[in-house]
Design a protein around this ligand. Sequence first.
Ligand SMILES: *[C@@H]1O[C@H](CO)[C@@H](O)[C@H](O)[C@H]1NC(C)=O
Ligand SMILES: *[C@@H]1O[C@H](CO)[C@@H](O)[C@H](O)[C@H]1NC(C)=O
Ligand SMILES: *[C@@H]1O[C@H](CO)[C@@H](O)[C@H](O)[C@H]1NC(C)=O
Length: 586
Amino acid sequence: MLPLSVAAALVAASVAEASFSKNLAYHSPSRRHPSLAVPLSYISKRQTGNLFTPEELEFTHGVASGDPYDNSVIIWTRLAPTSENVAADLVPEGVVPIYEDPEAAQPSTKAACVEFKIATDQALTDVVDSGRAYTSSDVDYTVKFEAGNLQSFTTYYYRFNVCGSSKTSPVGRTKTIPTKGTRVPRNVRLAVYSCSNYPEGYFNAYGAVVAKDSADYILHLGDYIYEYQASDVRTALPDRETYSLYDYRKRIATYRTDEDLAASHAKFPWIPVWDDHEVADNAWKNGTGNSDGETFRKRKQAAVRAYFEWMPIRQVEMDDSLRIWRSFSIGDLFDLFMLDTRQYDRDLTVLNGFAGIGGNSQEVEKQVDWVNRTIMGFKQESWFYAGLKESTARWRVVGNQVIFSRMAVGVLIDKPFNRDQWDGYIANRDRVFQTIIDNKINNTVMLSGDSHAAWVSDLVWYEKQDYDKDTGAGAWGVELAGSAVSSSRPIPLPKLLLKPITKWLLASNPQLQWQDLYERGYFELSIGYDDITAKFYGMDAKTRSTDEKLISQFLIKSGENKLARNPTVGGGIAYAGALKNGKIDY
Ligand SMILES: *[C@@H]1O[C@H](CO)[C@@H](O)[C@H](O)[C@H]1NC(C)=O
Ligand SMILES: *[C@@H]1O[C@H](CO)[C@@H](O)[C@H](O)[C@H]1NC(C)=O
Ligand SMILES: *[C@@H]1O[C@H](CO)[C@@H](O)[C@H](O)[C@H]1NC(C)=O
């Protein structure tokens, strides 16, 4: 038998170790990547028994939840000492510092102890799971738990408190997903966002869905933050372009002070993926528009680390620090694939220049037809195709960053104009189509963002299949691409001058059924077994408001693999942009 004191010490040590390790913020993206991580053993040695008092601490950025499964969900908060709300990371000897920043606050050798409760009721009396962990400056005082013991497709409420204290966070609400393969009792509602630029506007699009309480889950297709320096309706801190870990943490923290974003995180579980601006503009696997080499490598490490700290998401493969692509099975209703077509393993993109002119776009034009070109990387491609083939749910919903459909400007040049989209990765797109066709896969719906404009298309593989733009015959599915929460219009012209451009785009692209360059906003999906309804909302983002208008609406009927014609797409009327065979009323 061990002497009692030794046994007690072992128990104390294991409790302390377990407590650090229960905070998932210490695990991703770096736990199994020693060169990125601050070892937990070092942190616990430094901090155990050296805790901040409750009076020194605040819940600084509300609560959030995300990546729901049928029996668990990730819940998030940040518990920081008020005197050092912006923390650096403290790097022990022998670990390569991933950034150095003279402006960052001094790291602390103290830890904060935090507990959570999750319950079926808002008063948190019917508690179904609870837990306790530490956080520290090493992870920017962020806290991520996996709350478990939950029932499928059920609403829960959760709250954090400082250990042994009545100091609490706000109460958050979240929801699990239906169990894979089971019948879902009602339509599932998604709100789909992309391109939320804090300096360029208010996050009214988030606020509108909070006010309506109209979604089960929130999807964000990337450009959740922007890295560059900007000051328009407001300023994103730090007031410079982001490079260091401190910069990316501070940038996300600034966005999270937005009340509409904070309210959305507190009310709904999020399932986000990143696009380019979570690292930097026009990112690909080996650089961005304005960074490459060692600068890029460090910048991306910092960006990825800050993202995992601050976002309520899972790292589904601990040995792959860059993997964010993952899937969710929502009963037997739909399988949701969240892709990373940007940061994971993308081949060279257009870093500057446009439509084959200027910058490196000539080089990209040379490569566009290479069969070995990939936007996803081959590892992710294999996973995606296997997932599509194995999926037995009614629908396959694919959350993706950039526009999937071929988009050209006709008359002058019938050539795709944006090689930063799937149009620059033709072989990869062909492989997606080939998988769909070879396996007779029905009911595929692509969701896209990135472009700051709205594009609704039938999915068409022009090289392989004739397509009738009026009936939709020959299509393999549907693409719904949303505008931006607040990022500026892609073409900064007044509405009346955008109208002819939109009509020209419709005329140049047979599969494109509705397009709009003017409105800021988002779209909502109501997914049922017989059909999916997609509603696009438009709004102003220059003043804070929840005013919005329905600008177009589409139906996708199960088994049709195209936008429903009733009798024409969208019922023949839209309130923004231009609609094929339809009326525009604005
Ligand atoms: C990636 O970047 C490094 C450093 O800038 C360069 O040496 C290397 O050739 C690049 N690789 C590719 C595939 O472009
Ligand atoms: C991809 O294919 C092109 C054209 O065949 C070839 O020049 C290039 O070296 C290939 N790249 C790789 C990484 O194999
Ligand atoms: C897709 O629908 C077609 C037509 O109804 C059917 O023949 C085919 O088997 C379906 N594919 C799958 C994978 O179920």
